[in-house]
Write a protein of this length. Structure first.
Length: 276
């Protein structure tokens, strides 16, 4: 395997959800896609036959190309991308390898329509705190990196959704919202098919902070404090969202990689005697 032009499912899974994750381009045939119409997280569908036409759109970005088995379609599309100066790799084993590894696949039947620029558009209440930052983070990291979020007066969310073709979330009476004791973040993880140990652990923190059950999860109180602090630091909701993305990135990495790590600064190294 040539490391500079191929990447394994295990390696790619470590990059998905990161702020600097590569763009994943799915070039499966229509027949293969119809047989399993799910997508790798945050991936985009493109036709392999016109790769020469769209390759230049990814200038300056890292790309991983996925076809059914990681053979001719992804190899050819990735080669066109590299011809355009794009850093492109193919997924070894393709979609089948990812699926067989039991890695998350997004249910495309739940994906919202896109606007003329190819973006999903969402709307919720202004002055976001917990869930209304968590959901945009999840969408941008695992569903649609280019998603647009509109923050409006609470009473106008429904009307804005209707007039501007946006998807309402985290308000009463809509699909993408709380369900029983579970919050909107839980709903999105479940409906999109994104459940993983790391996201489930993060969801527990978000749920406890968002529903004032801080005793449920030790990290919830600190998470709430940081979220409320951000809301006081920023008057602009979009600026707060940008700052909040970093907070969620950090907590996600802790949930995935660092839950067993501790930190201490003993005044005396182990085994050393105190000086009089």
């Amino acid at each position: 395997m040539s490391s500079n032009i191929q990447i394994s499912a295990a390696q790619l899974s470590r990059l998905v959800g990161m702020s600097d994750a590569p763009v994943i381009v799915d070039v499966r045939t229509e027949e293969d896609f119809a047989a399993d119409p799910r997508l790798l997280p945050a991936s985009q569908r493109r036709g392999h036959a016109d790769a020469a036409a769209w390759a230049g759109a990814y200038a300056g970005r890292k790309v991983v190309v996925c076809c059914q088995r990681g053979l001719k379609l992804s190899e050819g599309a990735a080669a066109w991308l590299r011809h355009e100066g794009v850093e492109a790799e193919t997924l070894v084993g393709g979609f089948e390898a990812w699926r067989e590894a039991g890695l998350p696949l997004v249910d495309t039947s739940k994906l919202p329509p896109r606007d003329g620029a190819g973006r999903s558009v969402w709307v919720t209440r202004a002055r976001p705190k917990i869930d209304r930052i968590a959901c945009p983070w999840l969408i941008r990291r695992f569903v649609d990196p280019d998603a647009v979020f509109l923050f409006v007066t609470a009473s106008e969310v429904g009307a804005v959704a209707e007039r501007f073709g946006a998807i309402p979330f985290d308000i009463d009476g809509v699909f993408w919202s709380h369900r029983g004791e579970r919050c909107s973040f839980d709903t999105m993880i479940e409906e999109f098919g994104l459940a993983t140990p790391a996201l489930d652990r993060l969801a527990a923190i978000v749920r406890a902070a968002d529903t004032a059950r801080l005793e449920d999860v030790p990290q919830a109180a600190g998470f709430l404090a940081a979220s409320l602090g951000l809301s006081r630091m920023y008057r602009d909701d979009l600026a707060q969202l940008d700052a909040g993305m970093l907070l969620y990135d950090a907590f996600y990495r802790w949930c995935r990689d660092a839950t067993e790590e501790t930190h201490n600064w003993p005044s005396v190294p182990a085994g050393a005697e105190k000086r009089p």
